[in-house]
Design a protein around this ligand. Sequence first.
Ligand SMILES: [Cu+2]
Length: 175
Amino acid sequence: MINVRKILRLSAVTLGMIAGATSGALHADAERVQERIVVFEQEKVTLVNPFARKAKKGQNSAAFVLIQNNCEVGCRIVKARSPVANTVELHTSFEDNGVHKMRPVKFIALPGSTEDTVGEVELKSGGYHVMLIDLKQDLEVGTEIPVTLEMNNGKTLTAAYKVKGCCGHCHGPSQ
Ligand SMILES: [Cu+2]
């Protein structure tokens, strides 16, 4: 009996994932919907539209991605790494007296999925991001870099992040 229940719940979650992905896309502006391609699926976590900002060797950059979570409640991103930077940190952004600032965070929580919605968190400009500090190489527009997110359950999420031109709030030295 327990097994049957588990299967029923799993299919309900899968249906919820599809519904959640659709409503999530509606929130995005038209330009970003086109870029919203599922590129990676692993351990019930989907990384959508991973990208990083262009920067020169020795400078800083930031990596962004929409994380859709279908794993158990309580999953967290606890670490990030990439071979392109000497230091990689999880950061959040905030306003302090009208000044845009950021600081490291110990983890980024992934909201759990329910039968109706998919838990998701977006690493984006002005919010959470992966900070790539002291780049070992130039990040050229159109190239891809590997970034790995480590979860508290020991699983890792590695994807190729496409390097894009700078837009909006920039991190690190001006380019
Ligand atoms: Cu940062």
